[in-house]
Design a binder for this molecule. Structure first.
Ligand SMILES: NC(=O)c1ccc[n+]([C@@H]2O[C@H](COP(=O)([O-])OP(=O)(O)OC[C@H]3O[C@@H](n4cnc5c(N)ncnc54)[C@H](OP(=O)(O)O)[C@@H]3O)[C@@H](O)[C@H]2O)c1
Length: 239
């Protein structure tokens, strides 16, 4: 029996993949939730921009948690997308709606599902949302992403207080900084018409300013193992 049960959304790429590969507990049972498989994980394939997938993920969590007898349960929600970049009112409406569902709604609904699943379990439980500086800063062309990340941060503050009152699951949102993943490649490949600040991101990349996902994963796991209060919304660059 594993001592740790770890759900990671988006473990097929980037930060989620590095989180899966860098888990600090040797005998962890890792479940990836994304559209593509992740090596080294059990895989539950789901398109999280489709609300029909959410009850299926909730049922998966309930099932796995109720069968688990170890002492630590974590849900690291890393799945997210900037596609399509472009101004509200200009990009294709259905793609815009998918981005809102993925970045704003899915984290809250799946976070709720996780809390329901672990509610009566005696294990130490942590829900980690991967946040972004875009929750605070305005980036033209990223409106659904900025709005989604801001919504999730405030959800974390609110649910963190609720859990402190009665619950016991620790809720965190941690912004990683600017990380060398597929998402940053997409950013640099975007036309200035759709993302006016693109040149700054190309510059940061050219100057070697991006952090590697493995380094960030180490910092994120250290934060999960540390003593951050529930409801904390932090940026690794301020830590
Ligand atoms: N890279 C950065 O500089 C940076 C900065 C701040 C915050 N973040 C945040 O970090 C998280 C991970 O991003 P990343 O940089 O690692 O990007 P990435 O390499 O593009 O990975 C994104 C992950 O999200 C999953 N995903 C995307 N759309 C999905 C969907 N519809 N359903 C299920 N899963 C989906 C992808 O899996 P599938 O394609 O297999 O579905 C993939 O595993 C995101 O929440 C992002 O907002 C990144």
């Amino acid at each position: 029996m594993s001592s740790s049960l770890v759900f990671i959304s988006g473990a097929s790429s980037g930060i989620g993949l590095a989180l899966a590969q860098g888990i600090p507990w040797t005998d962890a049972r890792i479940l990836n939730i994304s559209r593509r498989k992740a090596q080294g994980c059990e895989n539950f394939l789901a398109d999280l921009a489709d609300p029909d997938s959410w009850p299926e993920v909730a049922a998966l969590m309930a099932r796995k948690v109720s069968a688990f007898e170890g002492r630590r349960i974590v849900f690291a929600h890393s799945a997210g997308s900037l596609e399509p970049m472009g101004f509200a009112g200009e990009v294709e409406a259905a793609s815009y709606a998918r981005q809102v569902l993925l970045n704003a709604a899915a984290p809250q609904v799946l976070g709720d599902a996780f809390l329901r699943a672990v509610r009566d379990h005696p294990a130490d439980c942590t829900l980690l949302m991967i946040g972004s500086g875009a929750a605070q800063s305005v980036y033209e062309g990223w409106s659904a992403y900025c709005g989604g990340k801001a919504a999730v941060d405030h959800w974390v503050r609110t649910v963190g207080i609720e859990q402190a009152r009665r619950g016991g699951c620790r809720i965190l949102s941690i912004s990683p900084g600017i990380i060398a993943t597929a998402m940053q490649e997409q950013i640099r490949a975007t036309a200035a018409h759709d993302f006016p600040e693109v040149e700054r991101f190309r510059q940061l990349h050219a100057e070697g300013e991006l952090r590697e996902p493995e380094d960030v994963a180490r910092d994120l796991w250290a934060a999960v193992e540390g003593d951050l209060a529930t409801g904390s919304v932090i940026d690794l660059r301020d830590a």
